[in-house]
Design a protein around this ligand. Sequence first.
Ligand code: ADP
Length: 469
Amino acid sequence: MRGKLNIAFCSSEVFPFAKTGGLGDVSFSLCFNLVKLGHRVKIFLPLYKNIKPQKINSHYGFSKYKGIEFFFIRNDKYFRRRYLYGVGTEDYRDNLRRFSFYCKKTLQIIKNLNFTPEIIHSNDWQTSLINVYLRTHFLNDPFFKNTRSVFTIHNLSYQGIFDKEQYPYLGLPEKYFNLEGFEFYGKINLLKAGLLFSDAINTVSPTYSREIQEEEKGYGLEGVLKKRAAVLRGILNGVDYEVWSPEKDKFIYKKYSSASIENKHLNKLKLQSSLNLKKGDGFFLLGMVSRLIEQKGVDIVIASLEDILKKAQLIILGVGEKNYEKILKRAEKKYPGLLSLNLKFDEALAHKVYAASDAMVVPSKFEPCGLSQLIAYKYGSPPIVRATGGLADTVCDYRDKGGGFVFTLDSPSSFVEAVSRAYSLFKNKEKWFKLLKKIMRYDYSWQRSVTEYIKMYREALSRPPTVAG
Ligand code: ADP
């Protein structure tokens, strides 16, 4: 058995302290599984307003949660704000300063703690500067001599792009503002620099790792990613079944398992009542728990409402673009008792929706991995998904002996057709329950993926550090 690793894990959101999407879930559950295997992990994230650390000093807050040490980087001016990144879809204007501060400070604190990491694992653009500073400011620091950096892309469409005028705030020589560094069409691109300076890179599904090397889904970085293809992997996210299991779930009305699947419908009846939907087992109840942004296919759902609400009810839980919210509010009035719109981030309600729904819809235009469909399996709510990214890797169509309903085109009619097929099966109770029992047994826990991360870490450690810039 090879030695256990010291891992500094850096993420701008980690459940249960901060979460706006899958990054929060994945950050915690990956670390938790690394620790279960005996690795020593410390987590570094900003000290946001809602976080109440167990201890605090002027540099950072500290908490221990489920055996993992959390260090919350402190800067009240930057992080004591209501939201993590901005208001609605409008980013805070000083995000470059906020996150470059966090990145520099994280490396300093790692050093001050005398925690020598073999691996620094950064996630998405907010943390990418950590891997850059490691190979610039700290290049000749003996403390980090044996450290290798890993960078995970959770969503390539967010890159941390800023005007060139802000470059001085990074505290880096001008020479790194070039095509082999930060420069991206005349602007600063933090994610791009992260890709170039890291020793290993991965994204969160094998299909997405291939898609982002092509123009359509590469968001202008396909060339950089191709260049780094030798160190780029696709590792599927897992689900934390301690949090997401209907037999243990504290938030749902009635717990159930595949052996007591008949109890699932009590969740449906209760939630229908509580959300003012028409009550009844006969309604085909669809759920959607998602950020309401273009990526997630909200336009497809909106364009399909008339068709799908002839057969089904739909609960939407999400926040996002104001324009979608407005259109959906109008639709809710148009379809009383059939459409329930919940424009908020609500962890407890999310659990209830997964448990109550007959099927979950995930019609994304692109999807790095997607957690909704994996959670949906566990709750016996077959996912209706578009075949892209991680959805393509995890959902096989019922017609091909899979556990969901898959459509391929980016079009409402293609989506409606998949919903109709699901509905037809729903009416055949024997076949439907057989499907639910089957998908509830699927295993998307972290067990397999965590070993792939460790393999990636060890590969990075076996190579010399990346020279970039
Ligand atoms: P993304 O990270 O792109 O938002 P994922 O499918 O990977 O998408 O993860 C989304 C996570 O966030 C899931 O755990 C989902 O249940 C949760 N989620 C999304 N929107 C909400 C919301 N409004 N309230 C509660 N949970 C939400």
